[in-house]
Design a protein around this ligand. Structure first.
Ligand code: MN
Length: 360
């Protein structure tokens, strides 16, 4: 990665940031872009979005003039290329500049569609970092606050779970997002006060490190309640588990309810202290599979020889060795679905490697 994005000869008066709404990495990427705008005395506006919603977001960019448009933590699927390229093309013709920073998989076609836009667009795709780290390195490499935000995003995006405030922010974002979905509110609007505090003071703006809590009492209370509720749901999911030993590995399938993510469940169920069911002390599963009500599968591992991505491939999915996702399809009978999943896993040994690889 090279020097900060230069604005070049283009006369830029504002920054428009488009980032991923789903997670901490998306939010903190947007915050880093906002600090870049502040450092250049440029006006800043942002919108957070998700895959499948590009059609309602990118056309907004087509109305901008003399703006630096920074897209972060979003890949470009082939079927979104047309709407994205035509919107950004219009913006560029109106004096805008495009910078796109990401860490997802891109097809050659998608890469070409951005690089051929004219106006010297910048596209950086790097799988080794999360999007916030890329934004930090490209836009604000000497800013300590952005360095901290990038560390926090890395901790959540790579599921390290070592920074307390990063875990708390992950939960806060989830509960705010579930809340806006329930009430039909706009997530970007709901998250704006948090983004502003992060922009001004970094994590210290929202998080009291000494007390280990959010500064906003109401938010802190909501996160506590959300966590308790989540643990209750995860206990229940664990109680209804289906376990089977396959190729010498303990495979555990749990049905996860709405409001609990595979990452939540995977992290929680990897700690033996959480695995007391009645009088029984369960072992941590070698492979944990989550099945959600809409038929999606999540894969997490309890030991490094398990290749979650190889397991996911048996179910039209993929991902990383330590975390992956796939699809089972709609089901009515959980136990019947489990038997089916167990059968599919027994047909292959590819998800168990003799050598350990990757990080857990
Ligand atoms: Mn990300």
């Amino acid at each position: 990665m090279t020097e900060p994005a230069e604005l070049g000869a283009v006369k830029i008066s504002s920054v428009f940031s488009i980032s991923h709404e789903k997670d901490v990495d998306g939010l903190l990427s947007a915050v880093i872009v906002s600090r870049y705008a502040s450092s250049k005395n440029l006006k800043y506006a942002f919108t957070l979005t998700d895959y499948g919603l590009f059609e309602s977001v990118f056309p907004k960019a087509a109305t901008l003039r003399n703006s630096l448009i920074v897209v972060t933590d979003l890949g470009l699927d082939d079927h979104s290329i047309d709407i994205v390229a035509s919107s950004l093309g219009k913006a560029i013709a109106q004096g805008c500049r495009v910078v796109w920073l990401d860490h997802h998989d891109w097809t050659d076609k998608a890469v070409r569609s951005i690089l051929s836009l004219g106006g010297n667009p910048r596209l950086t795709v790097n799988h080794e970092f999360c999007a916030s780290e890329i934004a930090f390195k490209v836009l604000m490499p000497r800013d300590n606050v952005c360095a901290e935000l990038a560390r926090i995003a890395h901790d959540t995006d790579f599921n390290m779970r070592q920074i307390e405030s990063a875990n708390a922010l992950t939960d806060a974002l989830s509960l705010i997002r579930f809340g806006t979905v329930d009430k039909g509110q706009d997530f970007t609007e709901a998250i704006t006060p948090i983004l502003k505090s992060l922009n001004e003071n970094g994590m210290a703006g929202i998080w009291d490190e000494n007390a280990g809590r959010f500064r906003d009492n109401l938010l802190n209370q909501r996160v506590d309640a959300y966590r308790k509720e989540k643990i209750k749901k995860m206990r229940k999911a664990l109680a209804g588990r289906s376990d089977l030993e396959i190729h010498g590995c303990l495979v555990r399938i749990v049905e996860i309810p709405n409001g609990v993510t595979t990452t939540d469940m995977g992290t929680w169920a990897a700690d033996e202290r959480n695995l007391k069911v009645g009088d029984e002390q369960l072992k941590v599963a070698d492979l944990l599979v989550t099945l959600s009500p809409n038929g999606l599968l999540g894969f997490r591992r309890g030991q490094d020889k398990i290749q979650c991505n190889a397991a996911a491939r048996l179910f039209k999915g993929g991902g990383h060795p330590y975390a992956a996702g796939g699809e089972y399809g709609m089901y009515h009978d959980f136990q019947a679905a489990c038997d089916d999943i167990f059968t599919t896993l027994s047909t292959s040994k590819e998800w168990i490697s003799e050598e350990e690889s990757g990080s857990s």
